[in-house]
Design a protein around this ligand. Structure first.
Ligand code: ZN
Length: 150
């Protein structure tokens, strides 16, 4: 594309045309200093203000980026709240203040509430071996060591 300074009325220039809804070849009709002001579309012959092509393309790209980012965020949030919702359903009606502080030398049994210093409140769902249990926390389920039942 030629520089604006070399352009004058009657020259051809690419511009966006609202009627054609596309970038089309235009003829420059009016200029102020070295800026193209009015153009005529060579396709539909409509007279309108000059709309730079580059700005339009940039705006389009930016819009596409936002569109691409948003669904990914929504999916992430939906998945996070789903496991959180399941966890809240599991411990619904349970008194979290009654949770047993987690320690390796404490005996737990299925359905006990555990208060873990790192993972937070959890629910014992399974005893895997006498000293291993599966505990479901808000984020994920973990295998923890516990004292054998007496
Ligand atoms: Zn047009």
């Amino acid at each position: 594309m030629k520089k604006n300074k070399e352009l004058g009325a009657g020259d051809d220039i690419d511009s966006r045309c609202l009627k054609c809804k596309d970038v089309t070849n235009h003829t420059i009709v009016a200029m102020v200093a070295d800026k193209v002001v009015k153009v005529q579309c060579n396709v539909c012959h409509s007279l309108h203000n000059y709309r730079p092509v580059q700005g339009g393309v940039k705006a389009l790209v930016r819009r596409n980026v936002i569109k691409r980012d948003q669904p990914a965020k929504e999916v992430k949030t939906a998945a996070g709240s789903k496991s959180e919702k399941r966890f809240h359903e599991m411990i619904e009606g349970r008194d979290q203040r009654a949770a047993i502080p987690y320690a390796m030398n404490v005996a737990f049994q299925t359905d006990d509430l555990v208060d873990h210093p790192v993972f937070g409140i959890g629910l014992v769902v399974k005893t895997i071996s006498p000293n291993k249990m599966e505990v479901v926390f808000k984020e994920a389920s973990k295998i923890l060591i516990c004292a054998p039942k007496t």
